[in-house]
Design a binder for this molecule. Sequence first.
Ligand SMILES: *Cc1c(COP(=O)(O)O)cnc(C)c1O
Length: 382
Amino acid sequence: MEIPFHKEYHFEQELEYVKDAFDIGVTASDGKYTSKAKALLKDKFGFQEVYMTTSATHALEMAALILDFKQGDEVILASFNFPSAANCIVLRGATPVFVDLDPKTMNISPKEIEKNISSKTKAIIVMHYAGIACDMDKIMEISKKYKLPVIEDAAQALGSKFYDKNLGSMGDMACISFHSTKNVIAGEAGCLIINRKDKEWLKKAEIIRQKGTNRQDLINGKVSKYEWVDQGSSYCPSEILMAVLCSQLENFDRINSNRKKLAGVYLERLNKKKYKNYFRPMILPEYANSNNHIFYIITKNKIIRDELQIFLKKHNIGSAFHFIPLHNSIMGKKYGFDCNKLKYTDNLSQRLLRLPLYNSISEKEINYVCDYIDNFVGEQIL
Ligand SMILES: *Cc1c(COP(=O)(O)O)cnc(C)c1O
């Protein structure tokens, strides 16, 4: 049997919707399916305003433009992160301040956020790793205390909750990804969420997304022709992608409950005393209701992780590490960030291994992966 690390899953109706998008005859942005995707997201997840984008990366870039990050500004984020969060900062000439994580969740540590706030701090970006919520009570408390906007990077976290609140609905802004590796996919797409009723932000978002023009005013019948009014770029996804996304979003509950069941199999099989000298499964804090985007284990050390990955590969089972911490990545070193020691980030990023979890994997296949993990442990001599 061969079990890849990841496989895309598509629904039959996607093709029907795509055909409809073609039949309508305008496959550029902001038609029927963009409106529909937006409405589905707002209704189901309680987001205040949603702007469909070409990626989560672009949604972060829009947020950086709306908040006007500039040279001299500092933006706090976790080093254990995807490069997009840092790119949106450095593209505007501002400085990322990389901080350590909470070892229980791999998410940014609220204490470390507060320690790193200075008079230059402009915003805080918090990423919900694996679909597990950051401690949003503490983070929003810090945000209020220091009057700093919070951007939730919920790229992995559509449908996850912090207690009963949807991730992406609590920060001042948020982004979600519909990249083909995520739970709900459109190939390459994303959205920016604005949860503040701030007229200036909402207007800026419209203009930035539409290549720096007031095209939205034309669409709304407010002007007779549109023109260049501010900085912006091309962040609008094609209707073809939005047609795919609508079908996926309509199946969200099925996707979510399936993944819950699948992750449950991993947890039940791997949360055992006999493994404790080798690894522990990821921890689900009691406040977190996860969309089970990722299932990972933390091995006792890097050697065990690397050997387990080689062992699984030998038996045709895919697995993967995750982020190289940004502060000691090639770019981070170029900026000279690698001199900051981030204790938990440096240590845990080398011990994390992601196991196959996707919409089309079966319980039987997960049990098969767990059997091989069991064999690996059986072969080890401590
Ligand atoms: C996937 C991902 C992104 C990038 O998403 P795109 O839609 O591919 O731009 C950003 N941040 C995190 C945490 C991600 O997991």
